[in-house]
Structures are given as C-alpha cells and as structure tokens.
Design a protein around this ligand. Sequence first.
Ligand code: GFB
Length: 316
Amino acid sequence: MKDNILITGGYGLVGSQFIGDRYKKFSSSEYDLRCIKEVEDLFLKDFNKVIHCAGKVGGLGGNMKYKGEFFYDNIVINTNVIEAARLKGITKLVAFLSTCIFPADVEYPLTEDKIHLGPPHYSNDAYGYAKRMADIQIRAYKEQYGLDYKCVIPTNIYGPHDNFDTQNGHVLPSLIHKCYIARETNTPLTIWGSGKPLREFIFSRDVAQLTEWVLNNYNEKEPIIFTTAEEISIKEVVGIIVELMNFKGKVIWDTHKPDGQYRKPSNNNKIKKYLPDFKFTSLYEGLEETINWFEDHYDIARKGKKQENYKYEKII
Ligand code: GFB
C-alpha cells in the first residue's frame, strides 16, 4: 500500500521539511488539535501513517511566561492525536519529545533511559512533563494494544520556517531576527544572559530525514535521541550569526535576562548504531541557509504575535 503520511504541524519548523505528494498537511487554522471533534474529523482523511510534529513550542522566555498554555496545549494535542491514531487503526506513528524534557539533575551525557529520572529544569518543567506524557501514553498503548508507536528526542532544532519571535522564540531564530533589526537600524544587538550556556543544535532537514527513517525502520521500545553531540556556547553561536549577517555594530550581554539550563549534552550512540554514515548538516551551513531563508522571506516569516508585519524604518 502506498505511503500516505499525515504530517501534523506540517507548515512548521520540522513539518515544512517533508516535501512530496505522499505527505498530507493541514494547518492549525484548519484543524485545531486541542479540539477532539476537529481531530476526529481530521482522522477521517485518507492516510495510513502519522508524523506528529504539532505542538506548542517556544524558547526560554516563552516557556517561562506561558507555563499553563505550554502544559495544557501539548498534553491535550498529543493525547488527542495518539488516541485518534489508535481508533483509526494507524500502525505507524512518530511523536516528538525534546532533550529539554530530561531531568535537570542527571548524570551526563543524556541517554534515552534517563527521561523519567527526575524533574525537568524549572524553566521548562510544564512543557517537559506534558511532553513526557506522550512517551507514557505510547508505552501504555504498546502494553494494552500492542501498538508500535515511537517517540524521537531531538536537541534544539533550527532552520527555515521557524518562528523568529524575538521574545518567545528559540535562541537561534530570535538572535537572527534581532541581528537583522540591529543591522537595519544601526542599533546594538542585545543578547540574553552571560553567553556561557552550552547547547546542541540540529538542523530541521536532518530531523525530518531521521524521523521518517524511525517511522519505517526503528523497532526498539525506547525513544531515540537525535543529536550531533557537538556542544557550542551561546557566545560562540552569536559570533557565527554576526559574521554570517555581516553585522558590524555593538553586541551587548544583558545579564538581567536568564541563562536557563547551563547545558544538556546528549549521547548519539543509538542513532549512530543504526545510521553510522548519517551526515549531519554543520551548524555553519545550517545557519547560513536559515539566515538566507529569513532575509528572502522576511515578510512572510513567523515573528510571534505582536511583531508580524511591523516595517522597520531603514536608517541609512
Ligand atoms: O532556545 P532557548 O530559548 O531555550 O535558548 P533552551 C536559551 C539560551 O539562549 C539561554 C540564551 O542560555 C539564553 O540565555 N539566549 C541569549 C537567548 N539570547 C537569547 C534570546 O534572544 N532569545 C532566547 N530565547 N535565548 C528550550 C526549551 O530551552 O529548548 C524549549 O525551553 C525547547 O521547551 C527548546 O525544548 C529545545 O535551550 O534553554
């Protein structure tokens, strides 16, 4: 039977990387996945596999400000989609977790067996616990219904079609948009925190390719981490963005803003075991492509609620 794969969140950061007629995509304005009736209607459509990318996501700022929404939206969306897939008789489904859901205080590097060994970092605990429940639901459905659904655990994803929201977005899209504004208005570029925290970034296209491999080939019960296992400091990544965007202005470190979790180094032995030759996109190449996409699609790029369509006065 020909693959017909529903991609929830199909126009988002990862969803937009699934391109081709075997993918079925619907926007959240067509089907609100928090509403069970709309999920039931969506699951009447003709598809036989599911890649569930949809969710309420954001960076450090958004996670700390909107804990209620990050908990409610993610736990309801995931529960509805996984149950609707079961009722439709879907046998292949992949759902997304994130390395930020791991315990904040656990022996590093992070490995798949450590997900539930303690509370997530306070800065994203609401999101972390909500996402963990998708893993619990999938394990429960395995035991009761014998369903072989999977969870994947990427590190901090970035790429084209991201949300370039300078307040609530993830660090890379936020900094790319801030650097754009600073360059266009000849004003300083202000970075949150000390620049010391370390992160592992993974390019959205790599995540999409690895996810489809997991959908069709991965048979272990446990989730699987997607990581390059290469840590970089916020200070170093600011250096790359400033260079790629040819920003010559002043960079200010606002240490009144949070640093969040210091680091979350993760282990890629499992994915490397299965795909030893998988070539991850380098951060430099991925950022170059993301920045070019943002500059070429500035008007349509998502920028968070308030910032949409605000024209910045070019100061020559
Ligand atoms: O991607 P991010 O917001 O979230 O990265 P987390 C935060 C790091 O970037 C912190 C620094 O160390 C911030 O101090 N940073 C510097 C900035 N300038 C900025 C800025 O302008 N905006 C932002 N956002 N950060 C997230 C979780 O944690 O990881 C999410 O909250 C999700 O739920 C994501 O899972 C993958 O990496 O700290």
